[in-house]
Ligand binder design. Sequence first.
Ligand SMILES: *Cc1c(COP(=O)(O)O)cnc(C)c1O
Length: 207
Amino acid sequence: MVALMAVTKTRTTTEIQEAWREGIRLFGENRIQEALPKKKEWPEELSAEWHLIGYLQRNKARKALDLFSRIDSLDRAELAFDLQRILEEKGKPVEVLIEVNTSGESSKHGVSPSGIGKLVESILRECPLVVPRGMMTVGPLGGDLRAVGEAFALLRELKDKVSVDFGVQMPDLSMGMSDDYELAIEQGSTCVRLGRALFGPREFREG
Ligand SMILES: *Cc1c(COP(=O)(O)O)cnc(C)c1O
């Protein structure tokens, strides 16, 4: 089963509610700033799950935990430590995905494949309220399908290796966007994140 996440950056609350009416219950936002007004306007009776899928600044960690039920873009230990401190106050855990830079592109966020072990070890040892559920990646851009397929295969291998090395359950593999979700599903994606394929082209500058 592959979950479908609607990526809502640049979309209006009206557009997002239309997607909800079509049956979508999982939404991903990139930025705290943009999520704030949308969550405020969102009618409580429309039950839905919201995940953060963009880069999280440490000083926004608290806001992120208020707005999102899961952080799909955890990429460094310092951020995990901040989350742990805030979660201790709140007295509840949060599930996260480890974002991995599988393409090596310097413009991409995410921990490098060689840094994953250390990051996961830090989380498991020092952040009991930060619960890793899997991994997330953004494939390389530019339309080289072979490179994209390799990046997705790499993420699957890394996830399997970490699960075995640390003896943790990591069922989730969030990979695949509008241009490459088929490849991602072939490589074992459990969640594709679709923006343009659902809502059409983005008209605004992306953040
Ligand atoms: C924008 C974005 C998406 C969706 O991109 P589309 O190409 O519009 O499907 C998915 N994941 C992340 C992290 C994004 O920033």
